[in-house]
Ligand binder design. Structure first.
Ligand SMILES: *Cc1c(COP(=O)(O)O)cnc(C)c1O
Length: 381
C-alpha cells in the first residue's frame, strides 16, 4: 500500500447530526457530489441514508451509482441533466433541477406521459452567482407554469449564495430577499432552500425549509472566518479524513545539492531527504512544493523541491530516526500535531474543498465506523 485514506463514517454522521440540530426545524440535505468531497460517494451516502430524508449530488451518473448501490432515499441532482438522459432520470426517480420553460420542459413532459406518474423537480433561481437558474424576474411566471404542468411535481425552489462564507452579509441578504420575492407565490408543498454549509452556520435567516450542506458534513470549514465564528459559539466539527503514506527511501544528501526537477531546490545543509509515493496525480498539488508541511514521527517536516507526478520529497533532517517505511501524514493527526485539509490548502494557495474533491478515486480508502451520533437522534426529520 503506497498511500491510504482513512475515513471515519461515524464522524460524518456526528457532523450531520450536529448540523441538523443547529438548523432545526430546517431539514438537512447532505451534498455528496465529487465522490462525497473525496470521502467516497457510496459509503458516505449509505452511512447517511438512515439519518436524512434526501441527499444531493451534482450529476445523474452519481444518482445512478447510488441507486445501483441500493441507496433508495430521494436524490436531488443539482447540475444539468442532458435531454438524452431524462429517461434514466425518470426510471431511477431522481429529482431534477429545472429552470427551463421551453423545449426541455416539453422533453420531460413527453417522457413522463409515456410512463405515467410525475417527475419531482426543484426550480433553480439565479439570485447572484450568474451560474445555473432562471432570472428572478421570470420566476413567478415560470414557477406558476411548473405548478400547472401535470407531468412534474414542484418539490422545491432553490438558489445558491455567492459569498455566504464572508462575514459581511450584505450580498447574502440581497440574494435572500430576491429569492423570497421570486418564490412568494409558491405553495407550502414546495420546499425552499438557499443555504449551503457557510450560510447555514453563519446566517440563521437563510435556513428556510432545508439546507444543502457539503463541506461541513465532512468536518471541514467553508472558510477560516466561519471556523472562527462557530468555534467562538462553541460549535465544532470533526474532520473525517486522514491521508497517510510511508517513506519509500531516504537519501543522505550533502549541502548545496539540487533535489528534484528543475534543480529548483538546493539543500542548505547536509540533509536527509525522504521520497514519498504521492505526487500531483495522487492529489498533492504541485504548488505544495517548498510550502506544505507533513507529519513524520509526530514532527512537522517540509515538502521540498517540486512535487512530481507520482512522488514528492520530504526534508527528514530533523527527524533522524525516521527511516524507510516511516509513516507520513499529509492530512490528519500524528502525536501532538495536526495538519488539516485547510492548512494543506492554504499552503498550496487553494481551499480545502479543492484538496479533498481532487483526491483520486483510485487511492485506497479504509472505512471505520466509530460511534454514531451520541443522542441517536435522526437528524433532518
Ligand atoms: C456544492 C453545493 C452545495 C454545498 O456547498 P458546501 O459549501 O460544501 O456546503 C450546496 N448547493 C449547491 C448548489 C452546490 O453546488
Amino acid at each position: 500500500m503506497l498511500a491510504e485514506l482513512r475515513i471515519d463514517l461515524g464522524a460524518i454522521r456526528r457532523n450531520a447530526a450536529a448540523l441538523a440540530a443547529l438548523i432545526a426545524p430546517a431539514r438537512l440535505v447532505p451534498v455528496v457530489k465529487a465522490n462525497a468531497y473525496g470521502h467516497g460517494l457510496v459509503q458516505v451516502a449509505r452511512a447517511l441514508a438512515r439519518d436524512v430524508e434526501r441527499i444531493a449530488v451534482y450529476e445523474l451518473a452519481e444518482a445512478d451509482a447510488l441507486r445501483e448501490a441500493g441507496v433508495a432515499i430521494p436524490i436531488h441532482v443539482l447540475g444539468p441533466v442532458a435531454p438524452d438522459d431524462l429517461e434514466i432520470a425518470r426510471a431511477i426517480g431522481a429529482e431534477l433541477t429545472l429552470w427551463d420553460d421551453g423545449g426541455y420542459l416539453a422533453d420531460i413532459a413527453r417522457i413522463v406521459q409515456r410512463h405515467g406518474g410525475r417527475l419531482r423537480v426543484h426550480a433553480k433561481i439565479d439570485t447572484g452567482v450568474a451560474r445555473l437558474g432562471m432570472r428572478p424576474a421570470d420566476a413567478p411566471r415560470i414557477l406558476a407554469r411548473y405548478a400547472r404542468t401535470p407531468e412534474i411535481e414542484l418539490a422545491g425552489a432553490f438558489s445558491h449564495l455567492a459569498a455566504a462564507e464572508e462575514l459581511d452579509s450584505t450580498f447574502t441578504r440581497e440574494q435572500l430577499a430576491t429569492f423570497e420575492e421570486a418564490t412568494a407565490g409558491c405553495g407550502a408543498a414546495t420546499e425552499r432552500h438557499i443555504a449551503a454549509s457557510a450560510a447555514a452556520m453563519l446566517w440563521p435567516e437563510t435556513r428556510l425549509d432545508a439546507v444543502r450542506a457539503g463541506i461541513a458534513i465532512y468536518g471541514c470549514w467553508p472558510s477560516p472566518e466561519t471556523e472562527a465564528v462557530m468555534r467562538g459559539r462553541g460549535f465544532t466539527l470533526e474532520p473525517a479524513l486522514a491521508w497517510r503514506t510511508r517513506i519509500v527511501i531516504v537519501r543522505e544528501v550533502p549541502a548545496h545539492t539540487p533535489v528534484g526537477y528543475g534543480c529548483a531546490y538546493h539543500t542548505k545543509r547536509p540533509s536527509r531527504i525522504g521520497v514519498i509515493p504521492v505526487g500531483y496525480a495522487e492529489g498533492l498539488p504541485r504548488s505544495a512544493g517548498d510550502r506544505a508541511q507533513v507529519l513524520v514521527a509526530g514532527k512537522r517536516c517540509r515538502i521540498v523541491g517540486r512535487v512530481c507526478m507520482n512522488m514528492a520529497f520530504v526534508d527528514l533532517t530533523d527527524v533522524p530516526y525516521a527511516g524507510p517505511d516511516a509513516q507520513v501524514t499529509l492530512i490528519g493527526t500524528d502525536g501532538d500535531h495536526t495538519v488539516s485539509a485547510a492548512e494543506l490548502a492554504a499552503a498550496c494557495g487553494t481551499i480545502d474543498y479543492e484538496i479533498v474533491a481532487r483526491l483520486p478515486v483510485g487511492v485506497p480508502r479504509v472505512y471505520v465506523a466509530s460511534d454514531p451520533p451520541a443522542h441517536g437522534a435522526a437528524p433532518g426529520r
